[in-house]
Design a protein around this ligand. Structure first.
Ligand code: LLP
Length: 423
């Protein structure tokens, strides 16, 4: 069986029991299912092939900030994905995984000189521009390298989407994107520049867009802008309609992909452009768990603390966004539930994965799985409290591979030194 499931009461990923992984890799460890990633990619592709004409199929540029391990990138590259990057580091990772420039798009918010230059030398497909000064920089560095960079302008459609205030990007008070009026000006300015070619417009309204109907007005505003640009004599040949597809963490209303594909077909396809999308979370979120071991059960007068060996530095979504993640025992899931506060060893009260959660009783030394941790899990992990970054494992059927070693103590201080005058 593929993905995460129980066999004889024990949580498995594909054919591999999680206790086996814990024994060899230790804990905390991120465990990913390659088959779930393939399924997610196919689900997106299938919805679009059902509703969009064959010659208008979108390029699905994986937003690798969600999970940028090069093995995950390689898997998606092999499936035919493009890549959305936001830094020179992500460009570097993409190249290591075999992505070629013609499938890479840069959407970073504050593009840095070295990053722009690296993107130019990789001949990336396009730069999505956030501001007039950024446009000037891309033009300047493209000129220095004798190139003409294709640019899109990110629209701020002033709509609300996104599962938490910190991951919404589409309101006019947010730092992202440009008003339609500003884009009309930018298009004109870019047309007069020698080393950029304006080719289109992009939009991205937020992440874990739970109010999925918000996509529709954003697309409509994009379409209106395209009409106006064309009326003013500009060419618009590419549209990038962003990411933000939600996944199930608890009991969320999932995005109806078919409805989404229909909106794309009704609103975007008639504009007769190349179409791109930037899904991150949807591809990998449900494909990963954080496997952790119970260190202690600490009972106080008012609480039962389940103390795990994973902490907020390993998975910061609950601390940062109050995000809800499923938490379950790897074995013995039939025990009577107990109400726990699930915490890690970090010295902050914010180091809490769940409060007042009913979970089948768990004992010291037993394994626990934190679900839906494949996106924005490892990629946001830190060394806070000088805790080594966890290992990452990929499972594919009977295959198990360590795709990132657990950090060691020397790794923790790599690059640090004590000045001579302190020795
Ligand atoms: N495109 C752009 C321009 C983005 O800024 C993002 C995400 C994406 C695409 C991918 O969005 P997705 O399909 O994954 O929703 N750390 C937060 C999420 C931050 C998202 C940042 N931008 C979390 O853990 O919920």
């Amino acid at each position: 069986m593929e993905g995460f499931h129980r066999k004889n009461g024990v949580l498995h990923v594909d054919n591999i029991p999680l206790p086996e992984i814990a024994k060899t890799a230790g804990t905390p460890t991120y465990v990913y299912s390659a088959s779930i990633i393939r399924q997610q990619f196919s689900a997106l592709r299938e919805s679009f092939s059902k509703f969009l004409p064959a010659d208008r199929q979108p390029l699905l540029c994986y937003a690798c900030k969600a999970n940028s391990n090069i093995a995950i990138l390689k898997l998606l590259q092999g499936l035919g994905a493009g890549l959305e990057i936001v830094s020179e580091g992500e460009l570097y990772r993409g190249a290591k995984a075999g992505f070629t420039g013609d499938k890479i798009i840069s959407t970073s918010f504050g593009k840095e000189e070295e990053e722009i230059k690296a993107c130019l030398s990789a001949n990336i497909h396009q730069f999505n521009i956030e501001s007039p000064d950024e446009l000037a920089h891309v033009n300047r560095y493209a000129g220095e390298s004798g190139k003409v960079a294709k640019v899109l302008f990110r629209l701020n459609p002033d709509v609300q989407g996104g599962g938490h205030s910190k991951i919404q990007t589409g309101k006019k008070t947010h730092k992202f994107g440009n008003s339609a009026t500003r884009i009309l000006e930018l298009y004109k300015i870019a047309t007069e520049m020698e080393n950029v070619e304006p080719v289109g417009v992009s939009v991205h309204i937020g992440s874990q867009v739970s109010t999925v109907s918000a996509f529709k007005p954003a697309f409509e505003r994009l379409a209106e802008l395209v009409q106006t640009l064309r009326e003013q004599g500009h060419k618009v040949t590419r549209l990038d309609i962003g990411g933000g597809f939600p996944i199930v963490y608890k009991d969320e209303d999932l995005l109806d992909l078919d409805a989404y594909a229909r909106w794309v077909n009704d609103i975007i396809v008639p504009l007769d452009t190349e179409i791109q999308m930037e899904p991150g979370r949807y591809m990998v979120g449900n494909a990963g768990i954080l496997l952790t071991e119970t260190l202690y059960i600490k009972k106080t007068q008012v609480r039962n603390f389940l103390v795990l060996d994973a902490a907020m530095n390993d998975l910061m979504r609950p601390a940062l966004y109050d995000a809800w993640h499923g938490i379950e025992p790897v074995s013995n899931a039939d025990r009577t539930p107990v109400t726990y506060d699930v915490v890690g060893p970090v010295c902050e009260s914010g180091d809490i994965f769940a409060a007042n959660r009913d979970i089948p009783e768990i004992r010291e030394g037993e394994l626990v799985a934190i679900r839906s941790a494949g996106a924005y899990g490892f990629s946001m992990a830190s060394n806070y409290n000088s805790r080594p970054l966890p290992a990452e494992i990929m499972v594919d059927g009977d295959n198990v591979a360590t795709i990132r070693e657990r950090q060691t103590m020397p790794d923790l201080i790599k690059g640090e030194s004590i000045p001579d005058w302190l020795k």
